[in-house]
Design a protein around this ligand. Structure first.
Ligand code: CU
Length: 363
């Protein structure tokens, strides 16, 4: 089967023939039908986040279970699944306290780029290949842990629901779960890429009052308006903090930073009201720092962050799929480009140039 391999950072991926072992204990073989081109992979490909190489990236996958390994109880061949970027073991303190996206095993899997348990199933000749996020979805097939999958209904289009594996559920979840937003409350969303636009859809769904979109590209702001934003601020033309203060009468109840830029994070924190909540959603390069005046904390302002929007995958993913199928969550509007696996480097170039909203690879 074919897979896209990253041999070293800052070099194009190579689409090559590779071999994949049979699924082991608690693992399943998934035929990938569609996979998203996400910024998080780009961070690893540019060396801004560390990853063992050679590695098969890709973490927003959707497909069909072809085979199950020994001990698998939750899935069977033929099941349609979405792969989850954040693994949850179901046993640790965080999983048991209802925060599965903070699972103790999640970070090690991400940094080691192996399956849960520390092993790999992919090879190129006699060389082992790593599985980024334990998923490696830039491949025709993958072997993943059964807990990396969420079973979904059979009639949902793979090319849309694959986006729920990371970016889209991160945005929706951040706006609904991490904020705790109540109907009528205001929210400012900094950065209107795939995650930010998903946050706007989530805020709309949760009944937010004023939804304020901030970006530097007018075409992204146009999209934000289409998906539910009430006010659009072009930060190239207008100073966003003052404008948000004005619109909300003293600051937004919530602000989300969906880019991963520390200067924008400082702006977002400055744009919330006393007692408001600022949430880091974007992934800033490792080693960067964000600073804030301690006095702001005396005013009850909060800074927090989120992994995958604090969703409970087995509950929230099927729910988001239903909402999409019922026309209440127009995730499909985010998809601007569709590529084949062989075009993967074109897809990443277009992503870097800001030409796409969300793009996917269809198999
Ligand atoms: Cu992602």
């Amino acid at each position: 089967m074919k897979a896209a391999i990253m041999y070293e950072t800052n070099k194009p991926l190579k689409v090559e023939k590779v071999t994949l072992d049979e699924p082991g204990v608690n693992e399943v073989l998934v035929k990938i039908m569609a996979t998203g081109i996400c910024h998080s992979d780009l961070h690893f490909m540019k060396g801004e986040m560390p990853a063992a190489t050679p590695v098969v990236p890709g973490h927003e996958g959707a497909g069909i279970v072809e085979k199950v390994g020994p001990g698998v109880t939750t899935l069977q061949p033929g099941d349609h699944v979405v792969l989850m970027v954040s693994f949850s073991c179901g046993k640790c303190r965080f999983c048991n306290e209802g925060s599965p996206t903070q699972c103790i095993e999640n970070l090690p899997i991400m940094s080691m780029a192996t399956l849960p348990g520390g092993h790999t199933r992919l090879h190129k000749g006699d060389q082992a290949l790593q599985h980024l996020f334990g998923l490696a979805s830039y491949a025709e097939y993958t072997v993943v842990h059964e807990r990396s999958c969420v079973k979904i209904r059979d009639d949902a289009p793979f090319e849309v629901v694959c986006l729920l594996g990371c970016g889209v559920s991160t945005g929706i979840g951040a706006a609904i779960n991490t904020t705790g937003l109540k109907p009528g409350e205001s929210i400012a969303v900094f950065g209107c890429g795939g995650v930010g636009l998903s946050a706007i859809m989530g805020a709309k769904l949760a009944g937010a009052g004023k939804i304020i979109a901030v970006d530097t590209l007018s075409k992204k702001l146009k999209m934000a308006k289409k998906l539910g934003a009430d006010y659009m601020i072009n930060a190239k033309k207008e100073e966003p903090i003052g404008r948000i203060m004005e619109l909300t009468g003293g600051g937004a109840d919530y602000a989300l930073e969906c880019i991963g830029n520390v200067d924008v994070m400082a702006q977002a924190f400055a744009s919330i009201r006393y007692g408001g909540k600022f949430i880091v959603v974007g992934m800033a390069p490792l080693g960067t720092m964000v600073s804030a005046a301690p006095f702001e904390f005396l005013l009850g302002k909060t800074i927090t962050g989120t992994v995958q929007g604090d969703i409970k995958p087995s509950v929230d993913i099927p729910r988001y799929v239903d909402l999409f199928m019922d026309g209440k969550l127009p995730i499909d509007k985010l998809i601007s480009h569709i590529y084949s696996l062989d075009q993967i480097n074109d897809a990443f170039r277009a992503l870097e140039r800001g030409e796409v909203i969300r793009s996917i690879i269809k198999f």
